[in-house]
Design a binder for this molecule. Structure first.
Ligand SMILES: [Zn+2]
Length: 307
């Protein structure tokens, strides 16, 4: 009997909890405000109550619970199960999320960086199926990335998650909190586009894109800079990892994939260090569910091969 798993996606403003079946379909999902500043224990209690409610609601759906996967805005320590993110989750430093959930539900619990989890979801169920290696880039309020090779995450020292949103694009670009100027996140994230749009009266990235489409020269300049940064970033990362395919996700790509993908493909067609047509570019197919489905994939991925 195929199983099902709980996927939890924790972001700075919202937490989503979902029951996901072994085909990657969301059976039922609830979304809560994170309210990180009110305390980690309180958040774990609210998540646990949400899991109780979801388990009771989908008890009639066949299949055992295989586990609970948590994707969380990083930094996280997947090996120790610790969240170290006081930057966007106020006060959450060295917080153990695995032990309380494991003790309460008696299931295996897994923790990963949220972009790693989303990438695993795309690789297992979505646009990244059969791509090896697969490069995923998420353009939301920030920019994150992940590489999956032979079904495993690319890791750094002490199991660290590669920070692909902070590769440098423009030497004298906007200052970034990472310690560098002009990195991909500071040029092409939702926050970066929104910040640049303030000066021309645009309230958010959608307004900047709309103004550019309507012929506003200043808005077009902002969009062109973001577009160029994405093309350069993908070009550099393709030469670093030589992926079979690149999956693009996050709110910016969901809204304007048709603008970014052709520009990336055009640039890749000029490559001389690998076959120009060898790297495919695809849009995330899990979309808004990539966080929870990806987190649930962590539990499915723990299943022994062939089962
Ligand atoms: Zn940066």
């Amino acid at each position: 009997m195929p199983g099902k798993a709980i996927g939890i996606d924790i972001g700075g403003s919202k937490m989503a909890v979902a029951a996901v079946d072994s085909e990657g379909k969301v059976i039922h999902q609830v979304v809560l405000a994170t309210e990180a500043g009110k305390g980690f224990s309180r958040a774990v209690n609210r998540l646990s109550e949400a899991i109780d409610g979801i388990m009771a609601r989908v008890s009639s759906v066949p299949g055992d619970w295989e586990g609970i996967g948590v994707g969380c805005a990083g930094p996280v320590d997947p090996e120790q199960g610790l969240i170290h993110n006081p930057f966007t989750l106020t006060g959450w430093d060295c917080c153990d999320i695995i032990t309380p959930l494991r003790e309460r539900f008696g299931l295996p619990v897994f923790l990963e960086n949220d972009v790693d989890a989303a990438a695993l979801g795309e690789w297992r169920f979505g646009a990244g199926k059969r791509l090896n290696p697969m490069l995923m880039l998420m353009f939301g309020t920030g920019v994150g990335g992940a590489v999956i090779r032979d079904g495993a995450f690319y890791r750094g020292f002490k199991g660290g998650h590669p920070e692909l949103g902070h590769i440098s694009i423009v030497p004298d670009g906007p200052e970034c909190y990472c310690g560098m100027r002009g990195c991909l996140e500071s040029m092409a994230s939702g926050n970066a586009i929104a910040r640049a749009g303030i000066g021309i009266g645009c309230v958010d990235p959608s307004a900047v894109f709309a103004a550019a489409q309507n012929g506003n020269a200043a808005a077009s300049k902002i969009v062109d800079q973001a577009l160029r940064a994405v093309v350069i970033g993908v070009w550099s990362l393709c030469h670093t990892f030589l992926p079979q395919g690149v999956v693009l996700g996050g709110g910016i790509m969901e809204a304007r994939y048709d603008l970014f993908a052709p520009a990336i493909e055009r640039q890749l067609s000029h490559a001389t260090q690998f076959a120009p047509s060898s790297i495919t570019v695809a849009r995330s197919t899990l979309g808004g569910n990539s966080g929870t489905v990806g987190a649930a994939s962590l539990a499915f991925a723990a299943r022994p091969p062939g089962q």
